[in-house]
Design a protein around this ligand. Structure first.
Ligand SMILES: *Cc1c(COP(=O)(O)O)cnc(C)c1O
Length: 349
């Protein structure tokens, strides 16, 4: 098997030896009966770390987001989200197919939704218009290049939404990356949202799993919908054990992923006509335009693959690269050299 340098996503991280050992040794029970001690410990630790009442282990982030939307909204409600957001683009329209809601996507240039963007999208409270049931934010914003939502912006949205009686959900898939960038705790940067979902399976490195975090009453409802959506799992402590290692040990490792992303961005930005601002790269994701280089993003993706580097096009013009613990500094240098060679060869033709 070739040794790929895999920059497609931080989901490709494989469980560490420590995770595998913890999985092998995990104490388990039937979690549908609430009897899996490892799951219970993971849920308790997640609640403590976020300084909330309760948390729930769910198989995927998509299911976690869907559960939250289903709880917050009635059928026929609108969900305001950023137009490139995960819940709108990558969750199979589950909010409409299953939760009976319509997405109300709002465009921004940098992925940072502010109250200024949101307020005009809120429906007036009259019986003959669909009602805004939820505002859903994304921190960090994946397709906006791992962008961090400033806490003041997020808090203002929460305050004003709550004044209008509208709840706020946070798709916090990569919230530990945001906390690393801001130098604050995840609790401090999520205090005002009504619910959140974060992923153990991204940069934190667990093989499977996400957590929904909120009040005790909210998590009780979440447990019902998890079962209804087919997510009631049995001796799942084997997965929660890996999740516990991810949650306790891996957040401090994310700074290194950010440094690798920064190095990659700085080197790629030196390629002529590449539209990439290294200062825009705040966390572990780079999304950049390639049109100036005369190559489409899928072409660049194919040429990188010939050189052992995997990275996906977001659309015809934009590439995404994601750093994580399974790609070393040395491999980042090799990826940079591959990109430099591809563009040098393209310029000669
Ligand atoms: C990965 C991700 C999710 C959840 O994805 P799953 O593959 O369903 O676990 C949700 N939101 C964002 C922003 C993500 O990047």
């Amino acid at each position: 098997m070739p040794e790929w340098i895999d920059l497609r996503s931080d989901t490709v991280t494989k469980p560490t030896l420590e995770m595998r050992r913890a999985m092998a040794e995990a104490e388990v029970g039937d979690d549908v009966y609430g009897e899996d001690p490892t799951v219970n410990r993971l849920e308790q630790r997640a609640a403590e770390i976020f300084q909330r009442e309760a948390a729930l282990f769910v198989p995927t982030g998509s299911m976690g987001n869907l559960i939250c939307i289903r709880i917050h909204c009635d059928h026929g409600n609108e969900v305001i989200c950023e137009s490139r957001g995960h819940i709108f683009n990558f969750e199979m329209a589950s909010m409409s197919a299953i939760a009976g809601c319509v997405a109300r996507p709002v465009e921004t240039t940098d992925g940072v939704l502010t109250w200024k963007h949101i307020e005009p999208a809120i429906r007036p409270k009259v019986y003959y218009r669909a009602q805004t049931g939820l505002i859903s934010l994304e921190n960090t914003h994946n397709i906006a290049g791992g962008r961090v939502l400033p806490t003041a912006v997020q808090d203002e949205i929460c305050d004003r939404a709550h004044d209008r009686g509208i709840p706020v959900h946070l798709d916090a898939a990569r919230i530990f990356n945001a906390a690393t960038y801001l130098g604050k705790s995840v609790a401090d940067i999520t205090r005002k949202v009504d619910s959140l979902m974060f992923c153990l399976s991204k940069g934190l490195g667990a093989p499977v799993g996400s957590m929904v975090v909120g009040s005790r009453a909210f998590i009780e409802k979440a447990r019902v919908f998890r079962k209804m959506f087919g997510g009631g799992m049995r001796q799942v402590g084997v997965l929660a054990a890996a999740g516990l290692v991810a949650l306790e040990k891996h957040p401090p490792l994310l700074a290194r992923d950010h440094a690798k992303a920064r190095r990659l961005a700085e080197a790629l930005a030196e390629i002529p006509d590449m539209r990439l601002q290294p200062n825009d790269v705040q966390t572990n994701i780079l999304v950049f335009d390639v049109p100036g280089t005369g190559m489409s993003a899928p072409e660049l993706s194919a040429k990188l693959k010939e050189r052992g580097v995997l990275a996906n096009a977001v659309d015809p013009k934009q590439m995404r690269m994601v750093t994580h613990y399974d790609v070393s500094e040395e491999e980042i240098e090799r990826a940079i050299r591959a990109a430099q060679e591809i563009f040098a060869a393209a310029r000669k033709n």
